[in-house]
Design a protein around this ligand. Structure first.
Ligand code: AMP
Ligand code: GLY
Length: 423
């Protein structure tokens, strides 16, 4: 079977790496891909939301399965685009329908879903420009810190956590009436602050059945000790050491099962990944967010631990036979450390030559923001390359990632040296 992966980051390189290993895959394409995917697949320079161009590729390359990496095409309805086109309707798309993708595309929609299905989450109310005054009154009833969330997609920047009540009121006003996050903040969800430690759970579902993939924890802040600005993720660890069997059982019963059952009950077509962001409050898990895709860089530690043929799992998703699938997980820990461009997540330069990639040993190198120009690999994004290692525990795995990442070099390369410090 010929397969197309949609996306250009470390997540998509990891998908491509797993798919390329499968005897079920004949030819592999990535749109648009990066210098890493170019070594194992054919890159096709097409944007992830250019559905007409993706259609052309699918038809001309005889593709039978499309695996969608990022949220934008999902929220814009790539699955429905395929389902509604007579020439494409039999192609398997791994990624939820537009309705299912609203779990990530609208915070209010996700909160309503969580409450409808009695899934533990923070108390909330949502407000619009017409109800700013009520929003400010609601803030007065809460204790600091105050959590304000833009309803729509805001590239990971739409959540503000503020200590001061007056500042929270001002920011609410900025979001609702001054469109601080553009159209994404026409509606704002104000949420109870949850105090605890975060982890993520990944679920692969066919809309009826599911399998739970390994847990992971990412490090979002740019600076050591979890300081400074938020990034897409500076590294990740799997499994999460504090997620023991008893806690995982609670997650399964209180969160994963009711989520999948809720999707089925509401007739929401959902064939793909659910990435559930959780906080452990005391001994109990609560949902902070749903994403309708895999995480990046979480994928770089979760998928390498999956020993089962990845394409066979995706076929079970497409055929709604995931109840027949068995999944085997590598018991070792995996860690990944992300090398980023100096300046990221603010302004940074691209086009720096990356050297040392071929000298990395006993580790997996996943390209996040790179491009191939001639025979040179150049930086092409803020997050550039993730180095994944295995170990008997996360500390041993991290030692491997840190040992190997030093072999890479590009101008103003930076990475966090303290991953796992909090565990
Ligand atoms: P989100 O985009 O919803 O994942 O939020 C971004 C980050 O804000 C999360 O990873 C958490 O660290 C934090 N956060 C979101 N909601 C809450 C909450 N209700 N209580 C505490 N922290 C939160
Ligand atoms: N690493 C967080 C995300 O993919 O959203």
């Amino acid at each position: 079977m010929n397969i197309l992966v949609v996306g250009a980051g470390g997540r998509e390189h990891t998908f491509a790496y797993k798919i390329a290993q499968s005897p079920l895959c004949s030819q592999l394409f990535v749109a648009p891909g990066n210098a890493g995917t170019a070594t194992i697949a054919e890159n096709i320079p097409v944007g992830v939301t250019d559905f007409e161009a993706i259609k052309e590729i699918v038809l001309s390359k005889d593709i039978e399965m499309v695996v969608v990496g990022p949220e934008d095409p999902l929220v814009q309805g790539i699955s429905d685009f395929f389902a509604n086109d007579p020439a494409l309707k039999n192609i398997a798309v791994i990624g939820p329908s537009k309705e299912g993708a609203r779990l990530e595309g609208s915070k209010e929609y996700a909160k309503e879903f969580l409450f409808r299905h009695q899934i533990p989450t923070a108390a909330y109310q949502s407000f619009t420009a017409a109800t700013v005054a009520e929003g400010k009154q609601f803030l007065e009833t809460l204790q600091a810190p105050y959590v304000l969330k833009a309803d729509g997609l805001a590239a990971g920047k739409g959540v503000l956590i503020l200590q001061d009540l007056e500042e929270a009121k001002t920011e609410l006003e900025n979001m609702l009436t001054n469109q601080k996050f553009g159209a994404a903040s026409q509606k704002v969800v104000i949420e109870e602050f949850l105090d605890g430690i975060e982890l993520s759970v990944f679920v692969l579902t066919d809309g009826k059945n599911y399998i739970t993939l390994p847990t992971a924890k990412d490090y979002k802040r740019i600076g050591e000790g979890d300081t400074g600005l938020n990034t897409g993720g500076m590294g990740a660890i799997s499994p999460v050491p504090f997620a023991d069997a008893a806690f995982m059982q609670k997650i399964e019963e209180q969160i994963v099962q009711p989520t999948v059952a809720g999707l089925a009950k509401e007739d929401i077509d959902y064939k793909g990944f659910i990435f559930i962001g959780l906080i452990k409050v005391g001994d109990d898990p609560k949902v902070i967010e749903y994403n309708v895709r895999m995480g990046d860089p979480e994928t770089e530690v979760v998928l390498p631990r999956v020993q089962t043929d990845f394409v066979s799992l995706l076929q079970h998703v497409a055929n709604q036979t995931l109840d027949q699938a068995e999944i085997t997980i590598d018991s070792r820990a995996a860690t990944t450390v992300m090398a980023v461009s100096g300046g990221y997540p603010e302004a940074y330069e691209k086009g720096k030559e990356i050297t040392g990639i071929d000298t990395v040993e006993d580790a997996l190198v996943f390209h996040a923001g790179t491009t191939l120009v001639g025979d040179k690999v150049l930086t092409n994004g803020g997050r550039v390359i993730a180095v994944t290692s295995f170990g008997d525990d996360f500390r041993k795995a991290l030692a491997g990632s840190y040992d190997q990442i030093q072999k890479l070099n590009f101008d103003k390369m930076y990475y966090r040296k303290d991953l796992g410090f909090d565990l």
